[in-house]
Design a protein around this ligand. Structure first.
Ligand SMILES: Nc1ncnc2c1ncn2[C@@H]1O[C@H](COP(=O)(O)OP(=O)(O)OP(=O)(O)O)[C@@H](O)[C@H]1O
Ligand SMILES: [Mg+2]
Length: 340
C-alpha cells in the first residue's frame, strides 16, 4: 500500500474492506485528520487495491466525490441523486454497456461511497446555521437509512425512475476539520474543561521541563464534532471515527522518497535533460523533512513546497552548479543556503 504510517486508519480501513468483500455488514467510517496527512491518499489506495485484487465481477462499485456535490444537489432539489448517478455510471463502466440496467441497479446497492472534504458540509459555522450543509447532511442520512430511495434514471438507462435499497451502501467520509484541533485544545486548557490536560515532566538531557502534551484522539468527543457543525443524526451513523496522526519526520522522509508527486522524480528528469545527474543526500532529505514538519497544517504537502524552494536556485542555469562529471549533489549545506 502506498500510504505511509497512519497504521490505525489503514488497519481500520482494511477491516471494513474485508467485511465488505465478504458481504458482511460493515459500519460507516469517518476519518478526521489535518490537511496533508493522507486522507485522500488512503481513499485512492483503497481504489487501487480493489482494482488490483478483485475481478470486475466481484469488485464492489466505488465512487469518490467531493462533499460539495451533495450540497449542490440538495439545494437543486435532487438530494443524493449525484451519488446514485455516479454509482450507476461506475457500474456501467466496470461491467460494460451490455449488462442490463436492473443488474447494475442491484449491484450498486452494495457499493462504496467515499465522500471527501466532508467538513465542507458543516451545518453551522460559529453558531450560524448553514442551510446547504444541513441539507447535504440530511441527504446523506437519507441514503444511509432508506431502504427505498428513488433514482432518476439517466437517458442511457432508459429514463424514468427506479427504486433502490441503499441501506447496505458503505460510506467512508473524510475531512480535515480545520479549527477542530484548536477548539478541543481550548476546551481542555482554557475552556469548559480547563485543567483537564495535565503537564508531565519531560527529561531532555540534564533538563527537566513541565510540558502539556495534547493529542487530539485522547480528547475528541462527539460533542466537539456537533459543535463543529455535524448534526448528531449524521454522526450517529458512523460506527468508527478514525483520527489520522500528524506525520513524523521519519514518515515525511519516506513520503519524500517514495511518492512521485512530491517532486523528486520530476527534478531528476529535469536535470537529466541537461545531462546532469541530480543526487540528494540522505542528510539533505532529512533536513527537508524537518523543515516541512515545522510548517503548520499542511502535512506532507510542505515537502513539495520546501523542495521546490530549494530547487529553484539550481534549476536556472543548471550547468553552473554541476561538477565536471555532470553531477549535482544537494547536501544539507545546499538546503540551508537555499532556504536562508
Ligand atoms: N500518509 C501518507 N502516505 C503517503 N503520502 C502521503 C501521506 N500523507 C500525505 N501524503 C502526500 O501528501 C499529499 C497530500 O496528501 P492527501 O491528499 O492525502 O492529504 P489529505 O489528508 O487528503 O489533505 P486535505 O485535507 O488537505 O485534503 C499526497 O499527494 C501524498 O503525496
Ligand atoms: Mg484530501
Amino acid at each position: 500500500m502506498r500510504v505511509v504510517g497512519q497504521e490505525t486508519a489503514v488497519r481500520e480501513m482494511s477491516i471494513v474492506l474485508s467485511k465488505k468483500l465478504g458481504r458482511l455488514s460493515a459500519g460507516n467510517v469517518l476519518m478526521v485528520g489535518s490537511s496533508g496527512s493522507g486522507k485522500t491518499t488512503l481513499m485512492r489506495a483503497v481504489e487501487d487495491y480493489l482494482a488490483e485484487t478483485t475481478s470486475t465481477e466481484e469488485r464492489p462499485i466505488l465512487v469518490r466525490l467531493h462533499a460539495n456535490v451533495l450540497a449542490e444537489d440538495a439545494i437543486g432539489g435532487r438530494p443524493g441523486q449525484t451519488v446514485l448517478w455516479r454509482l450507476l455510471e461506475a457500474a456501467r463502466e466496470l461491467r460494460g454497456p451490455q449488462v442490463p440496467v436492473t443488474d447494475l441497479l442491484r449491484q450498486i446497492e452494495e457499493g462504496l461511497v467515499f465522500v471527501d472534504e466532508v467538513d465542507k458540509i458543516r451545518g453551522r459555522i460559529e453558531g450560524i446555521p448553514q442551510i446547504a450543509g444541513i441539507r447535504a447532511q440530511e441527504a446523506l442520512l437519507t441514503l444511509i437509512e432508506n431502504e427505498r430511495t428513488a433514482i432518476e434514471l439517466p437517458e442511457w438507462a432508459g429514463g424514468g425512475r427506479a427504486m433502490l435499497d441503499t441501506a447496505r451502501l458503505l460510506f467512508v467520509c473524510a475531512g480535515a476539520f480545520e479549527g477542530l484541533y484548536d477548539a478541543v485544545h481550548d476546551r481542555v486548557t482554557i475552556g469548559e474543561d480547563r485543567g483537564a490536560l495535565r503537564e508531565v515532566a519531560v527529561v531532555d538531557g540534564d533538563d527537566i521541563r513541565q510540558e502539556a502534551h495534547f493529542r487530539l484522539h485522547e480528547w475528541l468527543r462527539q460533542q466537539d464534532l456537533f459543535d463543529y457543525g455535524m448534526t448528531p443524526q449524521f454522526l450517529s451513523r458512523f460506527e468508527s471515527i478514525i483520527l489520522l496522526e500528524p506525520l513524523s519526520v521519519d514518515e515525511l522522509v519516506k513520503i519524500f522518497l517514495s511518492r512521485p508527486e512530491i517532486g523528486l522524480e520530476q527534478a531528476r528528469a529535469y536535470f537529466a535533460q541537461h545531462g546532469i545527474n541530480l543526487a540528494v543526500s540522505p542528510a539533505a532529505v532529512r533536513r527537508i523533512a524537518k523543515v516541512a514538519a515545522e510548517q503548520p497544517r499542511v502535512g506532507a504537502r510542505a515537502l513539495s513546497e520546501v523542495f521546490r524552494r530549494v530547487m529553484r536556485t539550481y534549476e536556472f542555469e543548471p550547468d553552473r552548479w554541476a561538477t565536471d562529471d555532470g553531477t549535482l549533489v544537494i547536501d544539507q549545506a545546499e538546503i540551508d543556503k537555499a532556504l536562508e
